[in-house]
Design a protein. Structure first.
Length: 287
């Protein structure tokens, strides 16, 4: 399959590289081609560490990936993967001409918050547009949210679901609602975490530790609905009756800049995250 990735930033470059690892013909399009070269080199290192291919195989794949800063240089596309910033007008301006040029192509947006159905109508291809929302970093996170707009053809969704599965992904179909499922869950947790910190209940460090060291290990084994079933619905009904009325209902996050890190600390945390995810992915593939 011929895959064009429009918006080859940190996520788009890894998404495109994964398609290339899967044997597909890939071209990455971004304004700064030099930066994309660096991202491909980083993707190579990530793929090797995660056991997605031997070094010589990964290098061979990287050599086949096409790079361009000019959308007009994309000659063919069966699948257009869009990973541009979350700006509906920008996405429409970039994708509408491509939708007209590639009248048979499927358009898969990596949007995390915009309506897929609305995007499809904006670019003039509502039946050929769907959402394929990757989690960061794409090479190391198996799950992809798969979202059909209200006019998306079912066969397009089926095709992309099968394609993602062939790449080793675990696509999960969710409805086209604001934030889909992943971000609604994540930001509900973030809102309560911000309330706890802002009201002096716990420090940011303690909240991070409780989630990372307490909630995360258990949630890896039991999801929330499984937890309800195990602990007893009546128990959770009583707890919900007590807590739901007092949980945060804030509609503004406030100044999140106070949690910003230095470049050095951010790089350290990113390395810890990627190393841990690579270890888990490698372990899962070998089991």
């Amino acid at each position: 399959m011929r895959v064009a990735v429009v918006g080859a930033g940190l996520m788009g470059a890894q998404i495109g590289f994964e398609y290339a690892l899967g044997g597909h013909e890939v071209v990455l399009c971004a304004r700064n081609v030099r930066a994309v070269h660096e991202r491909i080199e980083s993707a190579c290192a990530t793929a090797i560490e995660a056991g997605l291919g031997a070094p010589e195989e990964v290098a061979s794949v990287a050599a086949r990936v096409g790079l361009t800063a000019d959308l007009a240089r994309i000659e063919h596309a069966d699948l257009v993967v869009e990973s541009l910033p979350e700006d509906a007008d920008l996405k429409r301006a970039v994708l509408a001409p491509l939708a007209a040029r590639f009248a048979e192509a499927t358009f898969a947006s990596n949007t995390s918050s915009l309506s897929v159905g609305d995007l499809g109508r904006r670019i003039g291809a509502p039946d050929r547009t769907l959402g394929a929302h990757y989690f960061n970093p794409p090479l190391l996170m198996p799950f992809v949210e798969l979202i059909a707009g209200d006019e998306t053809a079912a066969e397009r969704v089926d095709e992309v679901e099968g394609l993602l599965g062939s790449l080793g992904k675990r696509p999960v179909r969710v409805a086209d609602v604001p934030g889909f499922a992943w971000n609604r869950l994540l930001f509900a947790l973030l809102r309560e975490a911000l309330w706890l910190v802002s009201n002096g209940v716990a420090t940011p460090e303690d909240v991070d530790e409780m989630i990372r060291g307490g909630m995360a290990p258990r949630l890896r084994l039991l999801g929330p609905f499984e937890t309800i079933a195990l602990a007893g619905p009546a128990t959770y009904e009583r707890i919900a009756a007590n807590l739901f009325p007092v949980l945060s209902a804030d509609d503004r996050a406030g100044d999140l800049g106070r949690f910003a890190l230095s470049e050095e600390d951010a790089a350290r945390l990113r390395a810890v995250r990627d190393r841990g995810l690579a270890d888990e992915l490698r372990g899962g593939r070998s089991s």
